[in-house]
Design a protein around this ligand. Structure first.
Ligand SMILES: [Zn+2]
Ligand SMILES: [Zn+2]
Length: 272
């Protein structure tokens, strides 16, 4: 599997100079399998960059993308209108979400429609499919197996465990720790992952002012990583107000707790 981070910021894009080392685009992570399947996790503003590259590389060939959404908060869907493969008639996009109680197709089409955007999602040229997955329902895409699980977040959210051969990546944003059952669900699904991508929006001090907002801390991320036996922790969904200096400090402090930690930045890649 090849993993690439295209958007690492939480809440809202922050394209300001002091954030650009880690990046200002909202959540979007690309995974490609050895057999060439394309999986995209979340459609924050980072998805625009994937689309540009895909169109450039594909030439006249069709593009097939699988988009897995954690939930429908803006920072996880706002890049969708700017995902260029949607506008190619030879392309297809398969949307997936966990079952959060909101209908996937209607919710996406409701936000990408007039007067919010001049082109309706229901009218774009690419072929589209929509599939809601139950928790722990396994979906196979080429050589990858993807399994959603429930996260503790306002309006609901789903994490995903992605297995391909012997490699495991777990994508777990957005969630708040402290739920008696769902903390264990996350820990179980993160078990022995090669890479755990984890919502660590706040410092422990900031968290005290944001209880109930649906996000966790870097300290809780290092704790889960240790308990679940993961090999590499990736801090993700960075607080918009954390500039590069702050992010470097957080990464340094987190490494003191769990040495194999990196704060995600746009352009970070890993091959498993
Ligand atoms: Zn978010
Ligand atoms: Zn959210």
């Amino acid at each position: 599997m090849h993993v690439r981070f295209w958007g690492v910021r939480g809440a809202t894009p922050t394209p300001v100079a002091e954030n650009l080392r880690f990046g200002g685009n909202t959540s979007c992570v690309e995974i490609t399998t050895p057999s060439g399947e394309l999986l995209i996790f979340d459609a924050g503003s980072g998805i625009r960059g994937i689309g540009q590259r895909l169109v450039h590389e594909a030439g006249d060939k069709p593009i097939h993308a699988n988009v897995f959404l954690t939930h429908f908060h803006w920072d996880h869907i706002q890049g969708l209108p700017f995902f260029a493969p949607l506008y190619g008639p030879n392309n297809s996009v398969a949307f997936h979400s966990g079952r959060t109680g909101l209908p996937l197709q209607e919710t996406l089409e409701g936000q990408m429609s007039q007067p919010y955007f001049p082109v309706d999602l229901s009218q774009v040229a690419a072929h589209r499919t929509f599939r809601e997955l139950d928790a722990d329902e396994l979906i196979t895409i080429g050589s990858a197996e993807v399994r959603p699980f429930t996260l503790n977040h306002p309006n609901g959210a789903s994490g995903y465990r992605i297995e391909c051969g012997k490699s495991v990546v777990v994508y777990a944003t957005d969630f708040e720790h402290g739920h008696p059952d769902l903390d264990q669900v996350l820990q179980d699904h993160a078990r022995d992952a090669d890479i755990l991508i984890c919502d660590t929006q706040y410092t422990p001090e900031e968290y005290e002012l944001h209880r109930g907002w649906g996000h966790s801390t870097w300290l809780h991320g290092t704790d889960i990583a240790g308990k679940a036996g993961v090999k590499q922790l990736v801090l993700f969904h960075h607080e918009p107000g954390h500039n590069d200096h702050t992010m470097a400090r957080i990464q340094h402090e987190a490494r003191a707790e769990f040495p194999q930690t990196a704060a995600a930045w746009e352009g970070l890649t890993a091959t498993l």
